[in-house]
Design a protein around this ligand. Structure first.
Ligand code: UDP
Ligand code: MN
Length: 574
């Protein structure tokens, strides 16, 4: 018989349906509870943390009331405190916190430990990463006296923005911090998270070795190394892991954004063509931001496609466990800070793998100024000397000291053996295939002093400019030293280090920071003794009638517009 009201055939099936409904109800309620608990924007501290209130921590209640603060930091907003309006004692704390740390821990204490960031993914991203059948990851976060609020925000943001089943564990490596809050109170705080483990290192081993200690403790097939001051955007993890699942010798990094070191505002940086691409800078072997080349932009089919990256920042790196092992992990000889990201980037490219930015993955990193430290400086010089002497072949000279001496860099024989056993390409491969635009001082297509043909004795001279200055280029007696060592590059820039010959706005010839956007920095060098002209308007660099300065003017058949320099090599790209 068919029940007139529910359509159930028997009482038994009705009972079964009711209990099924109850079960579903309980599950839904539980899930809801877990979700709401999970998403609750917490400013809560454990008792232990409260007890250990740092002398420079703010009086949150007092200042919030006084300054009428409502939800500072929520959703990625920032908090710029007007210090002049703070009570004297609080202003003093604010100042001291900035002095002790390299970012405003005072401000950070007002921002929730758990805050959700907006979904800033490109349009095509949502439908691309629906396959969740991906390898698990271990997130390795190392820290040395990071402020607890910043560290905990990093941990929360990893958990809140990643599918649970993709995070096998989060391994925190305490690289011998001395801050007490990072000991017991931190332990107490993270006991609520089953997947978070803390590993303690007794003496400060520096970030390379600390990351390796974390890696050795981890077990998932993919490792993500993350600085202890990052915040992840929704959907950051799946794109990084998906690419590795497709090709395990590709190391992936997200599109990076920034956390402001004073206001803790999340600043969204460019997407698509505006996305920053890290490239190597010589002679410091650090990274600088560049933009996607025209060819690369055209080659990619979709905006969401991965972007080949010649270098990396190093604050968030996803890598397959087996590829990382095969590459000999990081060089354990790298000390304290520096050289690590450069080494990994160069070797993955030279040894058969790659490095890519995955545009659908977004993470904000707190770029903080570093307090000058002699220990760090010495470590950095040593580290880049190691990296250069293992990987750069004839270009290793760039890490030499100014007086020609080489920093003491220890034994590199096992690193060289590794390079040989993996049959890695010579560094020239990097210059022709990975980044043909790579600028190396002294290795331009044309290089050296640029001498005026008419005057014979006078050269273009950048005039002892300082970084960031925009000054007119001088005409000066040729001495062939620093200010007169120019390079004509693949991007058709005329450079001295990071500075470029620039047409400015009028008829002057200036020096400006290179921007790699062509326009007023794109020149043509016609021949070894020829005209030098700006591509955009065809105007030539000449010398004024009184022969005292440079000028940008209509090209003429005049020796005052002819310049001599040395031809060095053919362009890497036609
Ligand atoms: N770090 C560390 N030991 C050190 C120096 C740094 O564990 O001796 C950690 C630091 O807490 C951070 C990461 O290494 O999580 C990267 O350091 P930092 O952010 O200073 O480098 P940057 O991002 O400025 O290159
Ligand atoms: Mn960092």
């Amino acid at each position: 018989m068919v029940s007139p009201w529910l359509g159930f055939r028997t009482r038994r099936s009705l009972r079964r349906a009711i209990s099924m409904c109850c079960l579903i109800g309980v599950i839904v309620a539980l899930m809801y509870r877990i979700r709401t608990n999970h998403n609750k924007l917490s400013r809560e501290l454990t008792d232990a943390l409260l007890r250990l209130h740092h002398p420079y921590d703010p009086n949150v209640k007092l200042v919030s009331a006084l300054m009428n603060l409502t939800d500072p930091g929520v959703g990625g907003t920032g908090l710029l405190l007007d210090v002049t309006k703070l009570p004297k004692e609080e202003a003093e704390k604010f100042k001291r916190s900035l002095e002790q740390w390299e970012y405003s821990t005072y401000t950070s204490s007002f921002v929730p430990l758990q805050r959700s960031l907006p979904d800033i993914r490109l349009k095509g991203c949502h439908s691309l990463y629906t396959d969740l059948n991906l390898p698990e990851t271990s997130v390795v976060i190392i820290f040395h006296n990071e402020h607890w609020s910043v560290l905990l925000r990093t941990i929360h943001s990893v958990m809140d923005n990643s599918p649970r089943h993709l995070i096998k564990e989060i391994i925190l490596v305490d690289d011998a911090s001395t801050d007490k809050t990072l000991k017991e109170p931190l332990e107490e705080y993270v006991t609520r998270f089953r997947k978070v483990k803390i590993v303690r290192v007794e003496s400060n081993v520096g970030l390379t070795r600390a990351r390796m200690i974390g890696f050795e403790q981890s077990t998932a097939p993919v490792a993500v190394f993350m600085d202890a001051h990052c915040e992840c955007f929704p959907g950051w993890l799946e794109p990084l892991v998906t690419r590795i699942a497709q090709n395990q010798s590709i190391i992936t990094t997200p599109n990076l954004h920034s956390v402001h070191p004073k206001s803790f505002q999340i600043n969204e940086w460019g997407h698509g063509k505006e996305m920053g691409i890290p490239v190597l800078v010589f002679p410091y072997l650090f990274f600088t931001w560049s933009s996607m080349s025209e060819e690369m932009w055209k080659k990619r089919k979709r905006e969401t496609d991965p972007v080949r990256s010649p270098a990396m920042v190093g604050c968030v790196i996803a890598v397959s466990r087996s590829w990382f092992r095969k590459l000999g992990m990081f060089d354990p000889g790298l000390e304290i800070w520096g050289g690590q990201a450069t080494e990994l980037a160069i070797k993955t490219w030279l040894c058969g793998g790659g490095l890519e930015i995955i545009p659908c993955s977004n993470v904000a990193h707190l770029y903080h100024p570093h307090r000058p430290s002699e220990k760090r400086r010495i470590a950095y010089n040593r580290n880049i000397a190691r990296v250069s002497n293992v990987w750069l072949d004839k270009y290793k000279q760039f890490s030499d000291n100014y007086d020609g001496s080489i920093a003491e860099f220890g034994d590199i024989s096992d690193r060289i053996a590794l390079r040989d056993s993996l049959k890695c390409h010579p560094f020239e491969f990097y210059l022709t295939h990975v980044n043909p635009y790579q600028f190396i001082p002294g290795n331009g297509i044309y290089t050296g002093p640029i001498r005026n043909v008419e005057l014979g004795t006078h050269c273009m001279d950048s005039g002892g400019r300082r970084k960031g200055d925009s000054v007119n280029v001088l005409l000066y007696f040729c001495h062939g030293q620093g200010n007169q060592l120019w390079d004509f590059t693949e991007r058709r820039e005329i450079r001295i280090g990071g500075q470029c010959l620039d047409s400015g706005y009028g008829d002057n010839v200036m020096i400006q920071n290179c921007h790699s956007q062509r326009g007023n920095q794109e020149w043509e060098v016609v021949s070894l003794n020829g005209h030098v002209f700006l591509r955009s308007n065809g105007y030539c660099v000449g010398v004024t009638k009184n022969k005292s300065a440079l000028v940008l003017e209509k090209c003429r058949n005049s020796v005052l517009q002819l310049w001599t320099w040395k031809h060095n090599r053919n362009p890497r790209i036609s």
